[in-house]
Write a protein that binds this ligand. Structure first.
Ligand code: ZN
Length: 161
C-alpha cells in the first residue's frame, strides 16, 4: 500500500520520534508498515524514507537498495551513527517532504551505524559518500530535523512540463 507523504510545514516532521520496542517489530502490522514504506519510497522515487514522513513518529527509516552495501532493501530501526571522518563535505540534497526544493548540506563523508534490522537483529556497518549522506539525512528526520534547516543555496525547481 502506498502511504501518504507528509510535507513541510506539517508539525510531525519536527517531532522527535519514539524508540521501537523489540516486541513491536515482530508484529505483522509493523512488518506490513515496513513493506508499505519500502513500496512508497520506490514509487515516489526516493533514495530513503523515514517514518515521520508517512505520519508515524517512530525511529525507523528505509534506504533504497540502489545505495545499500548488499543492494538489498535496507531497514534501520532505532539507528545511531558516529562519524569516522573528521571533516564534512557539502553536496546537494532534496527530500520527498519538501518537494522540488534542493540545497547543499554539509555531512560527514564516512560514518558507522548501529541499528536493528526488520527482524530485530543488531546490525552495524560503515557507510561512505552518498550512502553515508542518505543515512545522515534520514536520521535527521528521526530527530525532527529537515535538510532545509541546515542547507545553503536553497533552490526551488518549478515543475512545468
Ligand atoms: Zn527527507
Amino acid at each position: 500500500m502506498i502511504l501518504k507523504i507528509f510535507t513541510h510545514p506539517d508539525p510531525i516532521l519536527n517531532e522527535k520520534t519514539k524508540l521501537i520496542e523489540l516486541d513491536e517489530i515482530n508484529n505483522p502490522k509493523f512488518q506490513k508498515f515496513v513493506d508499505d514504506m519500502l513500496e512508497t519510497m520506490y514509487v515516489e522515487d526516493g533514495v530513503g524514507l523515514a517514518a515521520p514522513q508517512v505520519g508515524k513518529s517512530i525511529k525507523m527509516c528505509v534506504i533504497s537498495k540502489e545505495y545499500s552495501l548488499d543492494h538489498k532493501d535496507l531497514v534501520l530501526i532505532n539507528p545511531v551513527w558516529e562519524k569516522l571522518s573528521r571533516f564534512q563535505v557539502w553536496d546537494s540534497e532534496g527530500c520527498l517532504s519538501v518537494p522540488n526544493v534542493y540545497g547543499k548540506v554539509k555531512r560527514y563523508r564516512r560514518i558507522k551505524i548501529q541499528a536493528l534490522n526488520r527482524h530485530g537483529e543488531k546490525i552495524n556497518f560503515e557507510a561512505d559518500n552518498f550512502f553515508a549522506r542518505i543515512i545522515q539525512h534520514e536520521c535527521d528526520h528521526l530527530d525532527g530535523v529537515l535538510f532545509i534547516e541546515k542547507a545553503k543555496n536553497l533552490q526551488e525547481v518549478s515543475r512545468e512540463l
